[in-house]
Design a protein around this ligand. Structure first.
Ligand code: 5GP
Length: 171
C-alpha cells in the first residue's frame, strides 16, 4: 500500500529543529516538564526533546474519548502523570489538534494541578475542523482536513512507524 507523502521526513526534522530552538530560547534558564500524549505523539516528543537544550523532565499521559454521557470530563485519562507539576513549567506535546476537544480538556485537567506555566506544542493542526478554540504555542505544521498517518499517527493501530506524514489511502 502506498500513501501520498504529505510532509517528508526531512521537512519534519527541519521544523522540529526550529521549534526546539524557539522553545530553548523562550524558556532560557528554566526547567521544563514535557508531557507527551500517547500514543500518537511518541515520535514527535522523542525528536523534539532532543532539540530542546534545557533540563527536561519527561512524563507521558494517555487519554481517550469518554463513551458515557455522565462523565465529569469529556476525555478519560488512561495513564496519568507520575509526579506533581505544581509550580513547574509544563509543555504538553500532542500529535494533532483536530476538533480541539482532547487538548482543551487536557489543558483544563493540567491547569487545575497548579503549574507555573502551561503551553502546548502540536505536530499538526487542522484549522477547518477546529470547534473548540485552543491556542497552540508551538505548531509544526498546519494541514488540510485529510486523514493522515505516519510519524506516530495511526489508522487502526497501523502506520505509526512511518518516518513521514502521509495521507491515508485505502487499498
Ligand atoms: P480532537 O480531540 O482534537 O478532535 O482529536 C485529536 C485526536 O484525534 C488526535 O490525538 C488523534 O488521535 C485523532 N486524529 C484526528 N485527526 C487525525 C488524523 O488525521 N489522523 C490520525 N491518525 N488521527 C487523527
Amino acid at each position: 500500500m502506498a500513501h501520498d507523502v504529505l510532509i517528508s521526513k526531512e521537512d519534519i526534522q527541519k521544523r522540529i529543529q526550529e521549534l526546539g530552538e524557539q522553545i530553548t530560547k523562550e524558556y532560557d534558564g528554566e526547567e521544563l516538564v514535557v508531557v507527551g500524549v500517547l500514543n500518537g505523539a511518541f515520535m514527535f516528543v522523542a525528536d523534539l526533546v532532543r532539540e530542546i537544550k534545557l533540563p527536561v523532565h519527561l512524563e507521558f499521559m494517555a487519554v481517550s474519548s469518554y463513551e458515557g454521557t455522565k462523565s465529569t470530563g469529556e476525555i478519560k485519562v488512561n495513564l496519568d502523570l507520575k509526579e506533581s507539576i505544581a509550580g513547574k513549567n509544563v509543555l504538553i506535546v500532542e500529535d494533532i489538534v483536530d476538533t480541539g476537544l482532547t487538548v482543551k480538556t487536557l489543558r483544563g485537567i493540567l491547569q487545575q494541578k497548579g503549574p507555573k506555566s502551561l503551553r502546548l506544542a502540536s505536530l499538526l493542526y487542522k484549522p477547518s475542523r477546529n470547534v473548540h478554540k485552543v491556542a497552540i504555542d508551538y505548531l509544526a505544521f498546519e494541514i488540510e482536513d485529510k486523514f493522515v498517518i505516519g510519524y506516530g499517527l495511526d489508522f487502526d493501530g497501523k502506520f505509526r512507524e512511518l518516518p513521514y506524514i502521509g495521507v491515508y489511502s485505502h487499498g
